[in-house]
Design a protein around this ligand. Structure first.
Ligand code: FMN
Length: 349
């Protein structure tokens, strides 16, 4: 089973908590994480594109770097590990992104791929005047289809003349091409339409893990069914938040502390409840909000052996090709995972 890391391109990673490690994103932090990931034997790294933060006491994601330029830097700083950058489609033209990908493909010697983000969070785009309009939400995967067709044509043929509903190419050229005639595409849409799109054009599909592995099984089955229909081979990567300790108790105490420190202001923004008066909210409401402090990414919490056992269980789910990890303290956890969890994973021996 492959292992990857969702690297900290935004401040504080994926935990909206005053008790979690507080840090700014930087090239140094991400390069250290990448070097340790490569040394440990991780197969891939992904950086997201996020253009608007959630605020709150932790200024959650108010500080975010740019995905392609970060990965270009990491491509030059690493040798083996695969690297994926994310594109938010409304923000960049496909011919330009295809060329950026060819360039990073060259820098990395064929280790680069793209995460296609169709774009769902209007505020990120309207703030810079590029939200296409209300029609976009319904049509986002049709738009994405034309977008990736253009990139694929440019990579494989060096030219695109595609005349579509959203894009008109006019003898558009690209050279040099990526060394393998294209770069892998990953998609992370969770809707049925998003999965159909990935089954048709993607190479890997991300699924958001949950504590209930039956839910992961059900989501993986949706992608497997879509891939059976398209007749293409698409691997599934499942996203989990890993919190480890020397014992289960130690890891659980860490996790509970992160949860107790939930940044309710940031969570209010994320869940669209900005008008909610948290001071007057019921205990039940607060507990529910605290539960979203890690963006509802499935937690795997425990000793190194407990985590290895759970990852082995996930590796058995039909269609699953790998797991992508989110950590609390990236450089430390990346190394610890490599030294103490990887050797215990039967699915990697
Ligand atoms: C692993 C993973 C990575 C994602 N990366 C991004 C990202 O970089 N930027 C973003 O705005 N959304 C990102 N998303 C959100 C998805 O692209 C997608 O829009 C969302 O899950 C909703 O799915 P849908 O559009 O099919 O309804 C990510 C989701 C997952 C699970």
């Amino acid at each position: 089973m492959d292992l990857g890391i969702f690297i900290p391109i935004g401040n504080n990673g994926w935990m909206m908590s005053k008790n979690a490690p507080q840090y700014m994103p930087s090239f140094d932090l991400n390069r250290t994480t990448a070097e340790r990931a490569e040394a440990a034997g991780f197969e891939f790294l992904l950086s997201m594109v996020k253009l608007r933060g959630f605020g709150g006491d932790t200024e959650f994601w108010d500080h975010n770097m740019e995905s392609f330029t970060l990965m270009a830097g990491l491509a030059a700083a690493t040798e083996k590990i695969n690297l994926f950058a994310s594109v938010a489609l409304p923000t960049m033209e496909p011919a330009m992104v295809a060329r950026m990908a060819s360039t990073i493909d060259d820098i990395s010697d064929g280790r680069f791929g793209i995460n296609i983000v169709s774009g769902w969070n209007q505020i990120e785009y309207s703030q810079m005047g590029v939200w296409p309009g209300d029609w976009y939400y319904e049509k986002r995967y049709d738009y994405a289809t034309e977008y990736v067709k253009i990139m694929k044509e440019l990579w494989s043929d060096g030219v695109s003349d595609l005349k579509g509903e959203y894009f008109q190419m006019d003898d558009c050229r690209l050279s040099p091409p990526p060394k393998n005639g294209g770069v892998p595409l990953v998609c992370a849409g969770q809707s049925d339409r998003g999965m159909e799109f990935c089954a048709e054009y993607g190479d890997y599909q991300f699924i958001i893990g949950t504590g209930d592995f039956d839910q992961v099984r059900a989501d993986a089955a949706r992608l497997v069914a879509a891939a059976d229909k398209s007749g293409r081979d698409v691997g599934i990567y499942v996203l989990f938040q890993i919190t480890m300790g020397d014992t289960d108790e130690e890891a659980e105490a860490k996790w509970q502390s992160y949860k107790d420190g939930a940044d309710l202001e940031a969570i209010k923004f994320m869940t669209g409840q900005a008008e909610l008066d948290t001071a007057g909210a019921t205990a039940e409401k607060i507990t529910e909000m605290q539960g979203a402090f890690n963006l509802n990414i499935g937690p795997i919490v425990g000793s190194h052996a407990t985590i290895a056992g759970k990852l082995d269980e996930i590796s058995e789910i039909p269609g699953v090709k790998g797991v992508m990890c989110v950590f609390d303290d990236y450089p430390v956890a990346t190394q610890e995972f490599g030294e103490k969890i990887m050797p215990l994973m039967k699915c990697r021996s």
